[in-house]
Design a protein around this ligand. Sequence first.
Ligand SMILES: NC(=O)c1ccc[n+]([C@@H]2O[C@H](COP(=O)([O-])OP(=O)(O)OC[C@H]3O[C@@H](n4cnc5c(N)ncnc54)[C@H](O)[C@@H]3O)[C@@H](O)[C@H]2O)c1
Ligand SMILES: [Zn+2]
Length: 677
Amino acid sequence: MTKATPDVISRAAELRDMLAEYDYHYYVLDDPKVPDAEYDRLFRELQDLEAKYPDIVTPDSPTQRVGARGETTFEEVEHRIPMLSLDNAFSEEELRDFDRRVRDRLKTSDDIEYVGEPKLDGLAVSLHFESGILTRAATRGDGYTGEDITANIRTISSIPLKLRGNSFPDVVEVRGEVYMPRKGFETLNKRLADRGEKTFVNPRNAAAGSLRQKKSSVTARRPLEMCAYSVALEDESRLPATHWEALQQVKKWGFRINPEMCKATGVEACLDAYNDLMEKRAGLPYEIDGIVFKVNSLALQQKLGFVSRAPRWAIAQKFPAQEELTVIEDVEFQVGRTGAITPVARLKPVFVGGVTVSNATLHNMDEIRRLDARIGDTVFVRRAGDVIPQVVKVVTEQRPDNARIVELPEVCPVCQSDVVQIEGEAVARCSGGLFCPAQRKEAIRHYASRKALDIEGLGDKWIDILVDRGMVHTVADLYKLKKSDLTGLERMGEKSASNLIKAIDRARHPVLWKFVYALGIREVGETTAKALASHFGTLEAISEADEEALQSVPDVGPTVAGHIRSFFDQSHNQEIIQALRDAGVQWQSEEITASEKPLKGETWVLTGSLSGMTRDEAKDRLESLGAKVAGSVSRKTACVVAGEEPGSKLTKAESLEVPVMDEEAFVDFLASHGIES
Ligand SMILES: NC(=O)c1ccc[n+]([C@@H]2O[C@H](COP(=O)([O-])OP(=O)(O)OC[C@H]3O[C@@H](n4cnc5c(N)ncnc54)[C@H](O)[C@@H]3O)[C@@H](O)[C@H]2O)c1
Ligand SMILES: [Zn+2]
């Protein structure tokens, strides 16, 4: 036997101390200090040292024990049959070694039949039933003594409080995993974050933290589920021949067993099962961190027995870790298509969740403050399934002296417009709505939309081409387009080009509210745009009004007033409005029209369909002349516009002797008031 050097002895002691500390944070506080992958590496290092120098093994080494115990408020429960851990395999080779060891011990060269089960990432529980009634539930604890969590367990609806049927032993213990499905975990964390409370790093921790609550009413509100994975009987002669059958039995008693469970004979079949499950991993509604292979025959399990902390008949083959440690090297700010400014952490590249990750979202400044994340910090990054990588925790102990606090930039990193953060809103935004290249496509789409300037044919496809080729930078550039610019473009027909030019040409004389709406000021929808237009009368008046004046408009509160103010305060936005003017866009100011609103006080009614305009357009035009448009005819109706196939409204108008106009007359009437159809 090789003698351990002092270096080896002190490294082993150091590893034991670290692991004991990590165990305490993980099992007792439900708040891990390092990601599992890091823990597993240190654990493996210690195991390897101890394997090489068996005389350095101490009885209290984490490699010889299960879990950890701290002082707890729960009653202690002694397990009649110890609840052990599982050995891990981190590679195909290690799985083959396991299978070889099993066959060697059983002195057979035959393929062994295994059961493969997803390794749910939660925590083990032991449930005691007497005469079919749940009498006691316990955590695993250190494997020999756990915590009595009966009251909390009763709140989990997938656990039967009474076994179904009548073929169960007088006393039986069912074991399984309590876990929190992904969805529930996300909702819970969001709720905690919104309240500024500490969030859970991952679903396992959330499950453990939720199950070990002092108040079962808190546990009851947590989305926990349970899957059974074994039965323990003191009288083992009453068990069926295989683990598989035992679980079918448990299922009949009313437990959930995992639907992904499978049988695999021989190690090759196990490797296939591993790959199959790995492919399903991201799509499962809960997290798994590997696959557990168990010898199916219970007689063979008996023969194999167990060592200090784990059975010899089972192994957990681990999947790539979903959490790793890395360092935030910088924080940059990205601008979304609606102007939202999102902080993104630039990370020291790290392999996590099966890929190399070098960026992670930090969501917003509130989140950065909640995490207390600084540039230079060592952090947990998590990449689970297809979800974008996230920073979930900062290891404050490892913060360097020169760590820098993250500050929200004052100006947009893309367009240099002011960044504004409205009180009470988590998200900061670029205020250069019309100008900011990051928001360009969205701004054009909105400007051209039906309720705004209604530029028919200017859909996403055109917008992509025009912006990507640098032909259009802002909405004002639209009016400079010529047909010859468009006809040469691939995938765009001659006809569609000429229709587009015509449509743009028609969009030069909006009524004021439509123009205000088209500017795309945050939270200024149709109703607010109408209210602003009729209150202020001109664009100049709106753009010069202070927040107080803006708030005298119905519907406009401090937030919206803030958005309007910061929009008009950006010289960039003003320049584009000027450029629109220069391009010949003219909005009819309400002031001028108001004084000469010829139909003020009149109520008009539309019936039938018009060929040259839609019902909405006809309505807008009448309203721009001051009329109210009503849905039914009465003696007070000033005029009825009757298109094709008019309904009963026309008959009624005639019987009440209300004046009627056909489409031609209506178009002439509009033209005489300066409205071209
Ligand atoms: N991050 C940390 O600081 C830290 C600290 C301690 C432990 N850990 C993690 O925990 C692991 C060790 O924990 P452990 O001893 O609980 O072992 P384990 O989680 O590796 O395996 C045993 C556990 O697997 C669970 N399990 C899930 N599905 C199962 C199934 N179908 N059949 C049987 N068991 C199933 C049970 O809860 C069982 O107790 C480490 O590998 C490490 O990743 C992390
Ligand atoms: Zn910007």
